[in-house]
Design a protein around this ligand. Structure first.
Ligand code: SAH
Length: 378
């Protein structure tokens, strides 16, 4: 990157109010922001020359010190069932993954919010590789852009991008500034215009983040619970030591409100054989969540090398589900999608060559189908 590029303002990923302020500071009218957003997010145009309702003088001026900076797609693939996956390289060398799961006319995009993760959940491959950095709002919204562009090109597919879940790599509530800006563009009419109910933030339980999300956005919330007792959850999700289950559920209650997006919270529960899948866990979970407005999503553990955990049998998974259903809970279980491309949402790979060989470096996390179910398209 040369020095001119380094000082250019990236207009991609700027929410409407910031973009308007940017134009006002240059002596332009606020509505320039609206015009620019329509080009970018409605028409998928990132070439200033094509933005013909901006005066040529303004376009020339913008060309001098602004840009639309996208991360690079290093690999992408479409599965036989239509699931699409992209490996995206960001500045600094790290990579994240984005997965699109079609479901009839609807479709869910699973986006990443960080390169790596600081939370180190014991069963999660991202935690094992440490934390590299937060993604910028531009890098998050670029994942939506990339998927939209691919869908626009694929005339054979009727699927539209209707849902977004933050269930790729990273903890979205630890990168909330960028995540909030990206959410604003996802749900803004001049952006992607998605229903707030259909944008889901998934968290391992960062309580202050839940509180701030509640104040500053109105989207669906999913909690990665994975255990009904603090003692067990401390070992699986270490952030539980800081924000134990009671505090977490209290924050969730605070999040609940009157809008469609806030009527109910999704509880994610990754099932690991012999660890958290026993009858006593189901019973304790039902007691813990009694009267709590939620839907449960059970995720049979996705194995990866040296994880130390096993996926329970289908029979065990169904038994766990049935116990909770008998207590009146709505409980969904993952079914497999995009198998031929290892389409596990947010799985990070070492490099592209390994990925194309489907090598044993396969690192599975939540599957694409889980993401679709959680966001309500399944
Ligand atoms: N940091 C966010 C997003 C993580 S990915 C969060 O914790 O919610 C979304 C889900 O995948 C989380 O519920 C996470 O616990 C789960 N997950 C991670 N690794 C997994 C694995 N190997 N098998 C099954 N689910 C996994």
């Amino acid at each position: 990157m040369n020095s001119t590029e380094a000082t250019r303002t990236n207009l991609l990923g700027m929410p409407r109010d910031k973009l308007a302020a940017f134009f006002v500071a240059r002596g332009e009218k606020r509505f320039r922001a609206d015009q620019l957003m329509k080009w970018l997010y409605h028409r998928g145009v990132s070439d200033l020359a094509q933005m013909t309702d901006l005066s040529s003088a303004l376009r020339e001026q913008l060309a001098l010190d602004t840009e639309f900076r996208f991360p690079e797609i290093t690999w992408n693939h479409v599965s036989t069932d239509g699931t699409r996956k992209w490996l995206i390289q960001v500045e600094g060398g790290g990579s994240v993954e984005t997965v699109f799961i079609p479901e009839g006319k609807r479709g869910t995009l699973c986006v990443s919010s960080q390169v790596g993760c600081t939370l180190d959940c014991s069963f999660c491959s991202t935690g094992k590789q440490g934390f590299q950095r937060n993604l910028s709002a531009a890098e998050i919204i670029a994942q939506v852009w990339i998927a939209q562009a691919a869908l626009a090109e694929a005339s054979d597919s009727e699927a539209r991008l209707t849902n977004v879940v933050f269930m790729g790599m990273g903890e979205p509530l630890l990168n909330l500034d960028a995540v909030l800006d990206a959410i604003s563009i996802m749900t803004e009419d001049l952006g992607y215009g998605l229903s707030r109910r259909r944008v889901t933030v998934s968290t391992a339980g960062v309580v202050p983040g839940i509180e701030r999300l509640g104040r500053e956005a109105d989207v669906s919330l999913a909690i990665s619970l994975h255990a009904p007792f603090d003692e067990l959850r401390n070992t699986l999700v270490p952030v539980n030591r800081k924000y134990p289950i009671a505090k977490l559920l209290e924050a969730c209650r605070g999040y609940l409100g009157t809008t469609a997006a806030r009527k109910s919270i999704t509880i994610e529960y990754t099932l690991m054989a012999g660890v958290n899948d026993q009858p006593e866990h189901a019973v304790a979970l039902a007691e813990l969540l009694e009267g709590f407005p939620c839907k449960l999503n059970l995720i049979p553990f996705n194995p990866f090398p040296n994880s130390g955990y096993r996926r329970p049998s289908n029979v065990a998974v169904r038994a766990f589900q049935a116990r909770l259903q008998r207590q009146g809970f709505i409980v969904t279980v993952r079914t497999t999608r995009g198998d031929d491309i290892d389409a596990a949402c947010g799985q990070l790979v070492g490099d592209v060559h390994d990925r194309t060989r489907r090598s044993d470096r396969y690192i599975a996390r939540v599957s694409a189908q889980d993401a679709a179910q959680i966001s309500g398209t399944a």
